[in-house]
Write a protein of this length. Structure first.
Length: 149
């Protein structure tokens, strides 16, 4: 069926759709890699952290690690679903924002090491929020245009 609420199966997304989808996959893969390398204590990855940073990470409550996992893995799933042109990308990108919010609440209310509270790290957090919100917005717009099934 074609009409309101039903995607036109013959309608193909423009090239920019695929560029955004692939870039979102790359971006969100980086977040998942950071999470995995940190949680599994990859020696080569952890070597870049100061002892204060490692102590701070070790002090994270379970709920903060869970929201971090929710944020990065939901975002990755959203990117994969965007590539599959699935309408399920929308709730997964929304979940990623919930995870991001939970994790950021802990980060900024905890005793974060001073080496991590720099203008650059704050700017990077803002960029993460912008990208996460933009991906949700993009998925909603693509659903409205009939590109997601």
């Amino acid at each position: 069926m074609v009409g309101p609420g039903y995607p036109d199966k013959k309608r193909k997304p423009a090239r920019v759709y695929w560029v955004v989808a692939v870039l979102s996959l790359v971006w969100n893969s980086i977040g998942c890699t950071d999470f995995t390398m940190t949680v599994t204590r990859n020696p080569g990855y952890i070597a870049q952290f100061t002892p204060e940073m490692i102590d701070w990470i070790d002090a994270a409550p379970v709920w903060a690690v869970a929201t971090w996992a929710l944020g990065v893995w939901s975002a990755l799933a959203g990117s994969l679903l965007l590539l599959a042109r699935s309408r399920w990308a929308i709730p997964f990108f929304a979940l990623s924002l919930v995870g991001l919010a939970g994790n950021q609440i802990w980060q900024f209310e905890s005793d974060m090491p001073e080496s991590m509270v720099t203008p650059g790290s704050v700017a990077f957090s803002v960029v993460i929020w912008i990208v996460a919100a933009a991906l949700l917005w993009f998925a909603v717009r693509m659903r409205a245009r009939g590109f997601l099934r």
